[in-house]
Design a protein around this ligand. Structure first.
Ligand code: ADP
Ligand code: MG
Length: 476
């Protein structure tokens, strides 16, 4: 589906790139997509709430002018946040959203930067966005529930947090990866709290905040102070590393990383994928990140889920002693809300709210009603690359070995491209990973396949239907 206005949008982006320079442009606009244009409103989608706030406060007027020049009648720009996982899963930013607390103060020699950032922030509608990455007081080691899927990450995080000043650092960098809602941010912030309590100089930043601070420092011509400030800290925590973009920003990040690690200062990074799959990140940064300890946090098993829910319920009870949630309900939630800590959190919040609003006891029947849509929203089937390979080889009557082989005959090449396309469309896997799973192919081969199939589908109705049919077969 190509929204009308695509060409104009490309032209507007080219204008912005020329006006802002490649680095600023790719930091803020590379991931903006034109969703639709309706009457006098342009709908743009972005991957994160941070970016939405940032673009809204800094670039709305400029975009309005540019769209107005192309379309005449545009009066509004609306931003929406795309889902991070799958197009079918609606973005949910419910009660689990961190509550802004005091930002980590910048070290003394960074004051100039902090001041300039603050000055710039005053004319922004959402000043908190610019105040640095907030820490949530609830995200401590005490409130983190340990289980099989996260015990290594937990132990490594504790170890990093407990290093005394002057002691050698344990694993550097520590790199945590896991899909959304499995506790990465919680662990990073727990480290930050614990290390700050010991008087260490700690900086916790999302990769996006890092970008913002760097770009802001460049514009305020205080980049040197910014760099010095960065290099003067004991512990740097970077969250959501997958969002680091921009050549100059990465260069700076790379320098920071090198100088901290070489100076035996601790770096901890979290991302939704392993370093090798950080497609937008520079090769040198990736290999430096991969040079420390990599720990993956897995999905929680039912036992861990039960303990997380029980823990949440206990917290809610502290706030409202009249609250009653039976063990049966806790079990039921743990068994049925299966995806992540964030959903478990949301489920408990939902039950508590339901109870407070309706005065109804929290019993099983009520839980089923209150969480029905949460369960349904969470149900999109997880398509595996093996399933895709199986279905495609059956459909085209080739063997799976053929799909993975180096053979280049047409009867094999096309099904292979279709399978790679489906892997990109239906799974959250990255291009390099898909390449690996298809007989160790390069990610550019996968990209080529994806483009080829998209092209063919848009030119040939019958072919598009066939692809659609395969998708439905796989996606349920
Ligand atoms: P991520 O950063 O990996 O997407 P978060 O750290 O934001 O995930 O976790 C999402 C929510 O789930 C948070 O409220 C967090 O406290 C909670 N959570 C996840 N794992 C655990 C755990 N093991 N113990 C307690 N809470 C958890
Ligand atoms: Mg996170």
């Amino acid at each position: 589906m190509v929204p009308t206005g695509r060409e104009e949008w490309d032209r507007i982006k080219a204008r912005l790139r020329a006006e802002l320079g490649e680095d600023v442009f790719s930091s803020w606009f590379a991931r903006v997509e034109l969703a639709s244009i309706e009457a006098d409103t342009v709908h743009l989608s972005v991957p994160t709430r941070f970016l939405k706030n940032w673009l809204q406060s800094r670039y709305r007027d400029r975009l309005l002018t540019l769209f107005g020049e192309s379309f005449g009648t545009i009066r509004q720009i609306e931003f929406s946040v795309r889902s991070a996982i799958r197009p079918s899963a609606a973005p949910r930013e419910t009660a689990a959203e961190p509550v802004a607390t005091r930002p980590i103060p910048f070290p003394a020699n960074g004051r100039a930067v902090a001041a300039s950032v603050a000055a710039r922030a005053t004319d922004d509608r959402e000043a908190d966005v610019l105040a640095g990455s907030p820490l949530d007081a609830r995200y401590s080691f005490d409130t983190f529930v340990e289980g099989r899927s996260n015990s290594l990450a937990f132990a490594a995080a504790r170890r990093v947090a407990d290093v005394r000043p002057g002691e050698p650092v344990a694993f550097n960098p520590l790199y945590l990866h896991a899909s959304v809602g499995l506790g990465k941010t919680h662990l990073l912030q727990a480290i930050a709290h614990a290390a700050r309590a010991q008087g260490r100089r700690v900086l916790y930043l999302t990769a996006e905040h890092f970008m913002y601070r760097f770009v802001a420092a460049l514009m305020a011509q205080s980049a040197i102070a910014f760099k010095e400030a960065l290099r003067g800290i004991d512990l740097l925590l970077i969250d959501d590393m997958q969002f680091l973009q921009g050549r100059q920003v990465q260069q700076e990040f790379c320098h920071t990383l090198n100088s901290l690690i070489d100076g035996a200062r601790q770096v901890v990074v979290a991302a939704d994928r392993p370093p090798a799959d950080l497609e937008t990140v520079d090769e040198r940064v990736r290999s430096r990140l991969a040079g420390g300890l990599l720990v993956e946090v897995g999905a929680p098993d039912v036992d861990l889920r039960r303990r997380i829910v029980a823990h949440r319920v206990a917290c809610a009870k502290k706030a409202d002693p009249r609250l009653e949630i039976s063990a049966a309900v806790i079990d039921w939630v743990a068994e049925n809300v299966v995806s992540s800590g964030r959903d478990l959190d949301g489920a408990v919040n939902r039950l508590v709210a339901h109870n407070q609003l309706t005065g109804q006891q929290i019993a099983l029947e009520m839980a089923e009603v209150a969480l029905r849509d949460l369960l349904r929203a969470r149900e999109p089937r997880k398509v595996k690359i093996e399933d895709i390979q199986r279905v495609v080889s059956k459909h085209f009557n080739v063997t799976k070995a053929d799909l993975l082989s180096a053979r280049r005959t047409r009867t094999v090449v096309r099904p292979r491209q279709i399978a790679m396309y489906l892997a990109k469309a239906l799974t959250p896997r990255s291009l390099p990973e898909i390449g690996r799973r298809f007989g160790n192919r390069d990610h550019t081969t996968v990209l080529h396949a994806v483009r080829k199939i998209e092209e063919m589908a848009s030119a040939d109705r019958g072919f598009a239907d066939e692809i659609e049919m395969l998708k439905r077969l796989l996606d349920g």
